[in-house]
Design a protein around this ligand. Structure first.
Ligand SMILES: [Zn+2]
Length: 258
């Protein structure tokens, strides 16, 4: 069932009752679409691949920037100036040569997101802008797939997600709950243009949380009800709080049947 290399690599995980051989096989058979191979994407991709997710489709139209290497640990100095998607693919395959990586050197758009979702079990938005979150929301709603999105601002990070069920709020519905949680954490409005971040830990933490959400979904941990909502944290204050979204009447994405 597993190769010798796979048994060695995943043995600690297979020992877990919640995973076992069946769960590990499920991960190896899964395909995850990841938007963004930057700061959040680096950790999400490394952890998805390290956990044994067998197929990863990653989308990024950027170029590896030497000034961002500390923020984006999946890339290295040898790849400065290379397409980030291809650099990420090289970095993952150097560590885990038996997984399947499809690198797409494009910016995800509403026009091709449908084809990018083809054969995908779930989507992680590691770009972290309102635009990418809405794109992920529409993509997941269109094919009834789970989608999770992360974001950072200063020392604050968050993940929000939904399980793709018609009765659940879509990612777009999470917008006001995210803003409310941000204010409850003692912050002002989210400044989407702000470049300041407690780096690289906050985006790294968000990336690892997104990978964990993907694993929970793929392994069926936490049940369906545990797979909608989100978490916002302030790293500087060790403050974690839930984001509890409700389905918004008239939401342009999920108020009609998918
Ligand atoms: Zn909605």
């Amino acid at each position: 069932m597993f190769s010798t290399d796979q048994m060695e690599r995943y043995s600690r995980q297979i020992l877990l009752r919640e995973v076992g051989g069946v769960g590990q096989k499920r991960l190896l058979d899964a395909c995850v679409l990841v938007l963004g191979a930057g700061a959040m994407g680096s950790l999400a991709l490394l952890y998805l691949a390290g956990a044994g997710v067998g197929s990863i489709r990653l989308v990024d139209d950027g170029v590896v920037d030497g000034a961002r290497l500390a923020l984006e640990p999946l890339h290295d100095a040898a790849h400065i100036g290379h397409a980030k998607a291809l650099s990420a693919r090289d970095g993952l395959l150097a560590r885990y040569p038996d997984i399947s990586i499809e690198a797409v050197v494009e910016q995800a758009t509403p026009e091709q997101i449908g084809s990018l979702m083809d054969g995908v079990d779930l989507l992680l938005d590691c770009v972290g802008t309102p635009l990418s979150r809405r794109l992920a929301a529409a993509a997941g709603w269109g094919c009834n797939a789970a989608v999770w999105s992360g974001g950072v601002s200063g020392d604050v990070g968050w993940v929000v997600g939904t399980n793709g069920a018609a009765a659940a709020p879509c990612l777009n519905c999470h917008e006001s709950a995210l803003g409310a949680a941000f204010k409850e954490a003692g912050q002002a409005e989210i400044d989407w243009a702000a470049r300041a971040v407690l780096s690289p830990m906050v985006p790294g933490q968000v990336g690892s949380m997104l990978a964990m959400e993907a694993l929970r979904r793929l392994l069926g941990l936490g049940g369906e009800t545990g797979q909608v909502g989100g978490v916002l944290f302030r790293a500087g204050a060790v403050d974690f709080r839930p984001i509890e979204a409700r389905k918004r009447p008239g939401c342009p994405i999920c108020s009609e049947a998918p």
